[in-house]
Structure formats: structure tokens, C-alpha cells
Design a protein around this ligand. Structure first.
Ligand SMILES: [Zn+2]
Length: 421
């Protein structure tokens, strides 16, 4: 569905919720809408807190929200805007972790540009020089037999580990190395040791003819290895002014895997936590619930890279802060599948709701999520999820069942009221 038509659909849905609010909302939305269709979503405050769908759609419209990318940065800005509009103070908790990413690498020979893959662990670099073909598969004496000093080596894959071949090249004075895969397709090799020179992989289809040419002709090439070594990620923390020690943390990760818009995983959980925050705050005309002063609302980044955001949070929290928590409620994949699971720690057992069939069927159960970081610090947890679904971690994870968002929100509010009673 294109962004323009989703906006039209949005306006129609809210029309039923009362003209005065809608008109105010419509003016805000149209004033903020621009050709890109993304930034304006931050302005388009949904006119009704009971509808987390708008926020879910705003996050999905940013595309795959991979930790360390511009999309998650935009998503974090959207969440900050929405929490602030709902009367909360926000804090960005920035953290970094090793995450190799190839931002686009290539080899240019004259007017020919070949797409290449930076090897995992390669250093970045843009280097020009003579392209020297290495005989056989790149033993030290193979490198010594050609004028590779100060040049870019091109060698065939095989006969040793990638790291050994790269070491032989740099020991021989090469300024970079191109490794040609021994199959038509390309391969992204992984280096087990930190290389001294950039390492680019070429497919056999592109690399074989080039290797042959370099054996006989004097070729000059420009190698571009464009990599990111670490991911810089952001947790978005929201709470009312002066609330330094909450009793409860409500959390959900807002990042997604590459290639997936992450509607259910996990714009759904992120939107539900935001909707709960709105409903408990003094926004949209209702009075502020005392519960809102006992809760921190957190959108975690980097969950798909191994619970990085929640781990960073607990690592920075004091033992006192963690031990004063009555619980951490985590929301992940909460808007596809009719059964809502609320799996939890023993101390929160009376608040759990689990479907035994789902529990017994590993195919339906979800792997770990951000509550695990808190559980490992002995914080009682409650994990809200609706189990596995076929669009999981795929490009098709772009829609949800809207009413399940509201059902999850209401079920969570029940638990919160009981836990904080
Ligand atoms: Zn998830």
C-alpha cells in the first residue's frame, strides 16, 4: 500500500471518533505531510490514544529498521516526539556494539565497475594501484614471484584460510587484496584475524576473466571497501518528570531484521507500549493516572542483534535500581495470532496467561527477547507475545490484526493495575 493512500485510510478511520478532535488532527496532519511521506508521520499525532495502529504504521512506513541505520534513527525520533507529546520526558541511551556492515563496496577498472563484497572483519579503504594477479592460490612464494609490493593483489580463493591468504598478501607488501570466489557467485568470507589491508570478494563470474586479464596486461584499479565496524544504537526511555525509580518497566524493541518492515516484529509491541503510556498520561483530555508515575516506558534498539539494547540498559542500571523493580513487562510480536501469551516469572505467576498447547509446541513458541536481559538480573518478568507466525523475519511482515493491538494493550493495563495495586 502506498503512503498517500494509507494517509487517506487513516483520516477516514478517525472520522468516527468525533469531529472536533479530527479537524484539529487533520490540520496537523496535512500541514506536516511532505513528498517523502516519512518525516510528516512524526507530526501526525493520532487523535486517539486507544488506537496504536497509527504508530505501528508510522514505524512500518520507515521500512526495515535495522539497528545502526538511518531508519532506526528516524524511528527513535518518531518515538521521542510521540512520548513528549504525551507529556513524558525522554532520554536517549546510546550504546555501540561490534556489528560489521558492508555499506557498499566495489572494484573499478577503467570504466568498468564490479560490485564486490567486503569480507566480514575487513578494514575500510579506498585504494588505487596496479592490479597484480597472484599465481596458484597465494602461498608466500606465489606472492614473492610477482611485483605485488605497493599494488592491489588479486588471487583465487582456496588452499588456505582467508585470513592466511590476506596475511601473505600484506606480508608481501600488497596494499589491498581481491579474492575471487571459486564459484560463479560471490561469497562474503569471514576473517578470523584483524587484517592490515582491505579485503574485497569478487564472484567467480566477474573475477575469473579479470584475473586472466591481470596475468598478461598492466591494469590499474580502484578498490572501495566501505564498512561499518560497530553499530551505534539508541534506547528511547520515557518517564514523567521526577520519576527516577520506577516500580515497573514496560519495554519493546523497535528495530527489525534486514529486509523486513517488522510490523508484528516488533512495531506492534512498540506501539502498544506507547499507547499504554498515552492512556495513563494526562494527554488527550483524560486525567493522569497515578500509575504513570510508577512506570518507565522503553523502546529498545538492537534486539535482533542479540538483545543488545536491553543488555546495555541493565548493564548501566545500578543493582539498587534493578532490585527496586517489581517487574519488567516485555511486548514482542503481539498483533498476529488470536492467542495472547503472558509468560512470566514465578513471582508474577498470578498474572500470567499461557496457552499450554502453544507452550508445548516449540514451532509456535518464540525465541528469547528483551525480558531475558532483566530476568538474568533477577528482575521478575512478564512476556507478552502471540507466538510464531509465517511472516516472521520476512519482507511480508508488513501488516497486523489491528484489534489485537488494542486487546494486548487492555490485557496489559489489567496486569499493570493488579501488579501496582
Ligand atoms: Zn522481536
Amino acid at each position: 500500500m502506498s503512503r498517500a493512500s494509507s494517509l487517506r485510510k487513516l483520516l477516514k478511520r478517525h472520522f468516527a471518533l468525533g469531529l472536533s478532535i479530527l479537524i484539529a488532527g487533520a490540520i496537523a496532519i496535512s500541514a506536516g505531510h511532505n513528498s517523502k511521506g516519512t518525516a510528516s508521520n512524526a507530526q501526525a499525532t493520532p487523535p486517539n490514544p486507544i488506537d496504536p495502529l497509527t504508530d505501528m504504521q508510522a514505524l512500518v512506513s520507515l521500512g526495515a529498521r535495522v539497528a545502526g541505520t538511518a531508519a532506526t534513527e528516524k524511528a527513535s525520533q518518531y518515538l521521542i516526539d510521540q512520548y513528549q507529546k504525551a507529556g513524558y520526558e525522554t532520554e536517549i541511551q546510546t550504546f555501540t556494539y561490534p556489528k560489521f556492515r558492508d555499506l557498499g563496496s566495489s572494484l573499478e577498472i577503467g570504466s568498468q565497475a564490479l560490485e564486490g563484497w567486503a569480507y566480514n572483519g575487513s578494514i575500510a579503504g579506498q585504494i588505487s594501484g596496479r592490479l597484480v594477479a597472484i599465481p596458484n592460490n597465494g602461498q608466500p612464494n606465489d606472492f614473492a614471484s610477482v611485483p605485488v609490493k605497493g599494488a592491489i593483489a588479486i588471487a583465487r580463493r582456496g588452499g588456505m584460510t582467508f585470513s592466511e591468504k590476506v596475511k601473505h598478501a600484506s606480508d608481501a607488501g600488497a596494499i589491498a587484496i581481491v579474492i575471487v570466489n571459486n564459484e560463479p557467485k560471490n561469497v562474503r568470507g569471514t576473517l578470523t584475524t584483524q587484517p592490515a589491508i582491505p579485503v574485497l570478494g569478487l564472484s567467480g563470474a566477474d573475477g575469473d576473466p579479470l584475473l586472466e586479464r591481470a596475468r598478461t596486461a598492466v591494469l590499474t584499479a580502484t578498490l572501495k571497501v566501505n564498512t561499518q565496524k560497530d553499530a551505534v544504537a539508541r534506547n528511547v526511555i520515557a518517564h514523567l518528570p521526577g520519576v527516577t525509580q520506577p516500580k515497573l518497566i514496560l519495554g519493546a524493541h523497535y528495530d527489525s531484521v534486514p529486509g523486513s518492515p517488522g510490523a508484528n516484529d516488533n512495531a506492534s509491541g512498540t506501539a502498544v507500549v506507547l499507547a499504554i503510556a498515552r492512556q495513563l498520561s494526562r494527554s488527550f483530555g483524560q486525567s493522569q493516572s497515578p500509575l504513570s508515575r510508577q512506570i518507565w516506558f522503553i523502546a529498545f534498539d538492537g534486539e535482533e542483534d542479540g538483545l543488545q539494547g536491553s543488555q546495555a540498559f541493565v548493564n548501566r542500571a545500578t543493582p539498587q535500581f534493578l532490585s527496586n523493580l517489581k517487574g519488567m513487562l516485555n511486548f514482542d510480536m503481539v498483533a498476529v495470532n488470536s492467542t495472547l501469551q503472558m509468560e512470566g516469572s514465578l513471582s508474577l505467576k498470578s498474572f500470567t496467561r499461557v496457552d499450554e498447547t502453544m507452550m508445548k509446541n516449540p514451532a509456535l513458541r518464540l525465541g528469547s527477547s528483551d525480558h531475558a536481559s532483566f530476568k538474568s538480573q533477577n528482575v521478575p518478568v512478564l512476556f507478552f507475545n502471540r507466538g510464531y507466525e509465517p511472516n516472521y523475519h520476512s519482507p511480508n511482515d508488513k501488516t497486523v490484526t489491528p484489534k489485537l493491538l488494542v486487546e494486548t494493550k487492555d490485557a496489559a493495563l489489567q496486569s499493570i493495575k493488579q501488579i501496582l495495586k
